[in-house]
Ligand binder design. Structure first.
Ligand SMILES: *Cc1c(COP(=O)(O)O)cnc(C)c1O
Length: 229
């Protein structure tokens, strides 16, 4: 199927769900992004600051760019002027740098906290208790130019659907608890980003509002597998 046909098919699948599509275009050329764009897609996900910035400069300005990969603090300045959502925040230090760059750019930057739910050593993210510690911290109240809009998680890369379901269920439960405890009056905290090509149907059943699909739309990536990036 063409990129355009894949986008149409996925949007059809998402029609009666709460989930929105992020087209993960990392490693893919601008021609592929153009094809998705012309099919109506506006949200794209990238995992490298430099690659995302080059694409942002070359492509239409109404694209919403989501950073979905581990972000080093010294790279925040490159994406701060334009990034739409940083999905992969995994430390207070990173939040502080994002806020600093947001102030410089006179904007408010939307962020998700990435929560570690997988049964694997290689994934970035905060433990449940670490996330709570950030949400309760005095420091967070001083970060006036960012908005925590929800949580993101990556399930274990496994064929065991029961395990994936349990991991996403846990994240959804945690999300509901965090919303009640810390964001009860904040309508911006409403994004639960979970689900990739291999497991997005399970993620949607568990309450995902944002699915991040790469290979389903653009075909296999020839470069190394995402989890080794
Ligand atoms: C690469 C990547 C995706 C997309 O993976 P596919 O299996 O190609 O759909 C989703 N989320 C994150 C965080 C990624 O790095």
């Amino acid at each position: 199927m063409s990129i355009a046909a894949q986008i149409a098919a996925i949007n059809k699948e998402l029609e009666n769900t709460k989930a929105t599509l992020v087209a993960v275009s990392k490693t893919k050329p601008n021609e592929d992004i153009w094809e998705a764009y012309e099919a109506g897609q506006r949200i794209f996900g990238e995992n490298m600051a430099q690659e995302m910035t080059e694409k942002h400069e070359a492509l239409p300005k109404d694209i919403k760019w989501h950073m979905i990969g581990h972000l080093q603090t010294n790279k925040v300045k490159y994406i701060a002027p334009y990034v739409s959502l940083i999905e992969s925040v995994d430390s207070l230090k990173l939040l502080q740098e994002i806020n600093k760059q947001a102030v410089k750019n006179k904007r408010v930057i939307d962020c998700l906290l990435q929560i570690y739910i997988a049964d694997e050593e290689t994934k970035f993210g905060l433990g449940f208790d670490e996330a709570i510690e950030i949400l309760r911290s005095e420091e967070l109240t001083q970060l006036t130019n960012l908005r925590i809009c929800g949580l993101m998680g990556i399930a274990t890369n496994t064929d065991n659907e029961k395990q994936i379901k349990e991991e996403y269920y846990e994240l959804k439960t945690f999300f509901d608890g965090v919303k009640l405890s810390y964001f009860r009056k904040d309508e911006h905290f409403n994004i639960l980003s979970m689900g990739m090509s291999a497991d997005y149907k399970i993620a949607i059943d568990q309450g995902s509002t944002l699915v991040r699909l790469g290979s389903t739309i653009f075909g296999k990536r020839v470069i190394k597998h995402w989890k080794n990036n």
